[in-house]
Design a protein. Structure first.
Lengths: 111, 114
């Protein structure tokens, strides 16, 4: 069964304290792995797509990496405005446009 | 440019009632997907429509149905509401189907079933 597990469920950081979020997945024929950001009361906002092991993508203080079994979202010197829930999702090769989401990691960055 | 718009934003229903949620995709986007997000969980796939045809269905009972109109807007219908249907219902659009996970989400319709 295709599955996505994120850890930790919640993460509290001080401003400037770098850390990583983990996304472990099992999927039949990975077509892509995606990171989204979700603010309270809002819909998810697309961040990155990763397609193959070894691939990396960067955007401001965020860097996403991919291996054959997991992905990491590295946050460097976070700011309070980075506080949000970060969702990981996978797209399987035989399931069209369906995304399978993890439960998310709620990140809180304190000044 | 307008993003994905959903209506209503909030609604309260009682058990056994029926609800219709509406979604207008980004202009030019032909694929619409529906997701259910229960508090504290990630979104769960319900349906995908492309060019007015159903292209995928998640593990939801037949009480859930949807359709897409010629202008690519979409409706999600839920019959015989249960307490467990309380959730944020998200609509997402993309230009094409199946080839990208870069979905553009609306802000959702918050359904409370009493």
């Amino acid at each position: 069964e295709d599955q996505v597990t994120q850890s930790p469920e919640a993460l509290r950081l001080q401003e400037g304290e770098s850390s990583s979020l983990n996304c472990s997945y099992t999927v039949s024929g990975l077509r892509g792995l995606f990171w989204y950001r979700q603010d309270p009361g809002k819909g998810p906002e697309f961040l990155f797509t990763l397609y193959s092991a070894g691939e990396e993508k960067e955007k401001e203080r965020l860097k996403a990496t991919l291996t054959k079994k997991e992905s990491f979202l590295h946050i460097t010197a976070p700011k309070p405005e980075d506080s949000a829930t970060y969702l990981c999702a996978v797209q399987a090769g035989n399931q069209g446009g369906k995304l399978i989401f993890g439960q998310g990691t709620e990140l809180s960055v304190k000044p | 440019d307008a993003g994905v718009t959903q209506s209503p934003t909030h609604l309260i229903k009682t058990r056994g009632q029926h609800v219709t949620l509406r979604c207008s995709p980004i202009s030019g986007h032909k694929s619409v997907s529906w997701y259910q997000q229960v508090l504290g969980q990630g979104p769960q796939f319900i349906f995908q429509y492309y060019e007015k045809e159903e292209r995928g269905r998640g593990n939801f009972p037949d009480r859930f149905s949807a359709r897409q109109f010629p202008n690519y807007s979409s409706e999600l219908n839920v019959n015989a509401l249960l307490l467990g249907d309380s959730a944020l219902y998200l609509c997402a659009s993309s230009f094409i189907t199946g080839d990208t996970g870069e979905l553009f989400f609306g802000e959702g319709s918050r359904l409370t079933v009493l």
